[in-house]
Design a protein. Sequence first.
Lengths: 509, 509
Amino acid sequence: MSGKKREIRPKPRLPKGMRDIDAAEIRAVEQMLGTIRQVYESYGFEPLDTPAFEYTDTLGKFLPDQDRPNEGVFSFQDEDEQWLSLRYDLTAPLARFVAQNYDGLPKPFRRYQTGPVWRNEKPGPGRFRQFTQFDADTVGTDNVAADAELCMLAADTYKALGVPRGSYTIRVNNRKILDGIIESAGIDLRDANNHAKRLTIMRAIDKLDRLGLGGVEQLLGEGRKDESGDYTKGAGLEAAQIAKLIDFITAARGDGGSGAMTRSDVLNAIETHLGESATGRDGLDELRIMDELLSAAGIGADQIAFEPAIVRGLEYYTGPVFEAELTYSDGGDAPSLGSVGSGGRYDGLVARFKGVEVPATGFSVGVSRLYASLQKLGKLNADRASAPAIILVMDKERTADYYKMASTLRVAGIRAEMYLGTSGMKAQMKYADKRGAPCVIIQGGDEKARGEVTIKDMILGEKLSQEIADNQEWREGQPAQFSVKEGELVEAVASVIARHGGSKPGADK
Amino acid sequence: MSGKKREIRPKPRLPKGMRDIDAAEIRAVEQMLGTIRQVYESYGFEPLDTPAFEYTDTLGKFLPDQDRPNEGVFSFQDEDEQWLSLRYDLTAPLARFVAQNYDGLPKPFRRYQTGPVWRNEKPGPGRFRQFTQFDADTVGTDNVAADAELCMLAADTYKALGVPRGSYTIRVNNRKILDGIIESAGIDLRDANNHAKRLTIMRAIDKLDRLGLGGVEQLLGEGRKDESGDYTKGAGLEAAQIAKLIDFITAARGDGGSGAMTRSDVLNAIETHLGESATGRDGLDELRIMDELLSAAGIGADQIAFEPAIVRGLEYYTGPVFEAELTYSDGGDAPSLGSVGSGGRYDGLVARFKGVEVPATGFSVGVSRLYASLQKLGKLNADRASAPAIILVMDKERTADYYKMASTLRVAGIRAEMYLGTSGMKAQMKYADKRGAPCVIIQGGDEKARGEVTIKDMILGEKLSQEIADNQEWREGQPAQFSVKEGELVEAVASVIARHGGSKPGADK
């Protein structure tokens, strides 16, 4: 750090799409993660951790015919010039782990994992390049009971987080049904030339929530120009084909949206549209089994609904797909808070390594989005931790006494700190205020002589200072400030904290 | 994912120096982190999170006169060709955060942070390229009470983790004392030409624990050849200078190591060696104040000791430095478990951005090393979570019933899963065994007809099968297996789990 570099002072700044996270959000998210962990554990999933970056090839992030990784991931080379990438989800590392340790694992293998993932994508409002996921996956079985279980786990997770029944819905579909309806519209999916068309159709249907039926219709046909003038080319289907697909989507949705139909109603509506497609019938059978299991466990369509327009973005899904949505619970047409989790069956991921298919299904909670939604639902306000009590330094020579007071309070389970700066009273009070301290503890010469300490209730003090207009009366009364004997310090501070509904550290765990 | 790439199957493997972490370690570490968090919170520190990577220049990781980052960090370029690096500690991001948000922060600013850090260094046994730190820092005060507090926080942390008094020591020194003793040996530190010599001397003293006095003596002189034949050039001091430094180190250590002397004894021994160095006397005064504060709080030299040979590797320390060591508690000369945390005062880090010094001090727990040490001390065995009870699928047609049983157990707070594979009885029992299930729940046609379920206690069963040699007696007795009415399922499973000391999920939180 010498020479010319020393002259240049770097500007303190965050990389694009990155953010710092403050104490309130960290505490709330910690609590959320604890709740989610408890639900996942109760279902028998075991935790696993994998590293933040992996070889790019094991993540499947080389583009065809290129030697550089996909631009959607953050990549760099190691000392042997092998490409490494930061993980962009928790599923690709799981596939690597399973392939690497296959023989020693119990089968099915059930794990949960939480941690940050990174995307080298354009950031935007609420879209960051680092965010946290919380995944549960069951690997090594094609039993559709595993899919049903994940939907139920999702519902239980939102319930455990305090979301009332009616405010969360897990919407379920099956990719095989979508393929079936595309086949019954006369598009042969065994023909590789129709591969791109199939994806365009899926993507069009996926936009139903955002664009409505009209928008989907345009995207199934020639294409669509949005408000900004951008043009998206469509699937180029014929009018009869478009009509068949739109008919399918609407028929199985009912008039009042998914919530108004039972799961059996939806399945029956789908069946009348499927025609002879074997793939489609397969998918329908799978959903029938899921319905049976969920109904046996007492779970209605208000919690887990079937919804034929659910597609999910990831190409690798092969069977049931699910999406969790939160809504405000006030009123019938509750506005959506958006998707806060999703998942589905992916039978091909481990095959990339092993050559043979290892069926798997998973569900992933988007922790950051869920946090934002729970905040809007008012589910995160209850448990704010108390700020520490602050011991003011009235006389620098007596620092050791103040230090000991802080220690005494902590031993009693009360968050406490001695003011560690070197400024005077005014700055110390300002500091206590900025920290949100419930009270400050004061012991100057007079108090010491009397063997007392003074406690100033900062929260009550602020309230009273707003109420009492007469400054003199305020100074004389000082009702938020009281003195106790030195031996009563702990009790007095605890009473002030309790007065404002605070608790001892860790008491809410 | 088409074309030639498709043909090549990647080998599932981990990058060099990386590892997967299993359920037992994750659970133990989660619990450790919770305990550390509680101690840090009790001292009034607030949590902060910063992203995994930062601009390389804000981390201070450009080498002098080079435009590529230091090889010790993992680096890559963003779309604007700016260099980014994965954080290698939690202190550099803190300095960036403070410089960026300085005006709005309470001063002093006190935060804790935990998370992974990455080092692009040669991996070895127990040395990984990703590991977890847990830091507490106080920024914006030169008050030595802040340093004393961090030493006390360190001691409280190990105590809270169950390490008995006598098995942890925080060893404290002051860089100013080291500078003072170097000055009093006749080396002028105001002369920039002596900068490198100063670092070599510090590095030599730092090796006392590993090389002994003889090794340090060689490194202060011409140099030292180790067992492998590698030669390290020494500081090239004269014999009289070397003698003075060695004399200082030994005198202030006493005969029986640091534990045998009180903190005042050590300070007095240091004082007689310091001579007229103003810097040295400054450092001594700081340690005197720390001693006073710690003694007032009842903390003896068995917990926090002064030790003049403590240096700490990082160049940026400017005042007190501390190192936490765990030892086996059995016997007088308890063998060391090594360093499990360290810290010190660094008054220059934020100045890189702001041009003016912002005094700061911090302590960092090495979580992975601490985990390994606590394991050796036997402090992590108590709280192993129970594995889930497993409901066997005896009759595929009745999957919904089994599914409901799992749900019923979970609602009662018992970890439970229905077997989700599609294999027969033998494979299901093997699965339950591999998962470590405390019991399996069986309901075949006979049981169903009687309205009963059978519970097989897997742990007792294994024990008995080892004891009972006579196979026939075993089959007839089946003492680990019993049947109850369907309505008594929850109670019966709970009793089996309790029999083996297990608990409900989350009950240990």
